[in-house]
Design a protein around this ligand. Structure first.
Ligand code: FE2
Ligand code: FE2
Length: 346
């Protein structure tokens, strides 16, 4: 029996991701609160844009958690901190400037958490790095928000202390210069205004890439414990992915992809599940373990090629981008629910 949750490093990263989600909710609640207090139109516009991007990023964090495949809970201290901060932000003990200053610290913490998860993923394994790729967008935008907040704080603080406007320019100029050098401003604008949600092809392709990455990592080791850990993750990922496709994707594509081709996908996955269970019953230190994984990956590889070539083409030809994005959302929800049920059962 392969135990799949014994890797403490993977769980530690899952906890961090859960905490980032809790923090992201706090950031959003704080922005909503600040919008009721700030009366400078320019700052209101900035915070409103930040709110929109943070709301979009909470969806991306959800995607990352599902792609990652191991779910954690925020530590109790984090939950307490979130509740306390929410109270303070909604209360009247802090001035608007002080609230915004706290908000900037939270943003900083969130940026660092994202960067640390990214760095940790690089250390733990390429499959984790592949799973958390969308986190880069969140980190990047948080980093840009931090820069913006410096300018906002300067304005709000000067006004609170003196009742007068800050000398325009000093921070704005520095910010502009820094932004021009790093390209932050331009990229963020394109990311927040043009970036569509991920469509079903993107999400499925990410899952496929992750499984291939785990397989590549398995090729680099003969350590039975490492092999067991990698296979444990592969077992969970492939089962959840296949089931979610069967619940959500295959029924949606059947009308235009055709009954025969769709049935073939179901059959291949049935074969894949049998193989997964056979490997699960095989000791990772036995000589046939890696052979069996290779046979599995031959089947999986053919299956993936069919999906990414003919099925994706059929989706492109028959679904609007909005429909494909809706299907992606349903797929993620289904997969998340399956993951929860799987972890309860194990
Ligand atoms: Fe697939
Ligand atoms: Fe599939």
């Amino acid at each position: 029996m392969v135990s799949t949750l014994d890797d403490t490093k993977r769980l530690a990263i899952a906890t961090k991701l859960a905490e980032m989600k809790a923090m992201q909710e706090l950031l959003i609640a704080t922005e909503q609160q600040l919008l009721t207090e700030v009366n400078d139109q320019e700052i209101v516009n900035d915070i409103r844009k930040m709110l929109e991007s943070d709301q979009k990023n909470i969806g991306i964090l959800d995607t990352v958690v599902v792609q990652y495949g191991v779910k954690g809970e925020p530590k109790q201290t984090t939950q307490q901190l979130v509740e306390k901060t929410k109270e303070l932000m909604q209360g009247s003990d802090l001035t608007t400037y002080e609230k915004t200053a706290q908000f900037e610290l939270l943003k900083h913490g969130q940026t660092m958490a994202g960067i640390v998860v990214h760095k940790a993923a690089q250390v733990v394994g390429a499959d984790i790095e592949a799973a958390i790729t969308p986190l880069n967008t969140v980190n990047f935008e948080n980093r840009a928000h931090q820069e913006q907040l410096k300018g906002i704080l300067e304005k709000l603080g000067t006004r609170e202390l003196t009742g007068k406007d800050a000398d325009q320019g000093f921070f704005a100029r520095i910010q502009d210069a820094a932004a021009a050098v790093s390209g932050v401003v331009g990229s963020v604008v394109t990311q927040t205004s043009d970036k569509q949600d991920m469509n079903i092809q993107d999400i499925i392709r990410m899952d496929h890439a992750k499984v291939n990455t785990i397989y590549t990592e398995m090729g680099t080791t003969d350590d039975p414990q490492k092999l067991q850990e990698y296979f444990g993750q592969m077992y969970k990922d492939l089962n959840a992915h296949a089931l979610a496709e069967e619940q959500v994707v295959y029924p949606a594509v059947r009308p235009f992809y055709g009954g025969d081709d769709t049935k073939e996908l179901y059959d291949e996955q049935a074969e894949m599940k049998v193989m997964l269970d056979q490997i699960k019953a095989t000791s990772p230190s036995s000589p046939e373990f890696k052979d069996k994984v290779k046979q599995l990956m031959d089947v999986v590889g053919d299956h993936i090629r069919q999906e990414e070539s003919t099925m994706f083409a059929a989706i492109r030809d028959n679904m609007s981008s909005a429909q494909s994005e809706q299907l992606a959302t349903k797929f993620k929800e289904a997969k998340s629910q399956i993951q929860d049920e799987m972890s309860k059962a194990s």
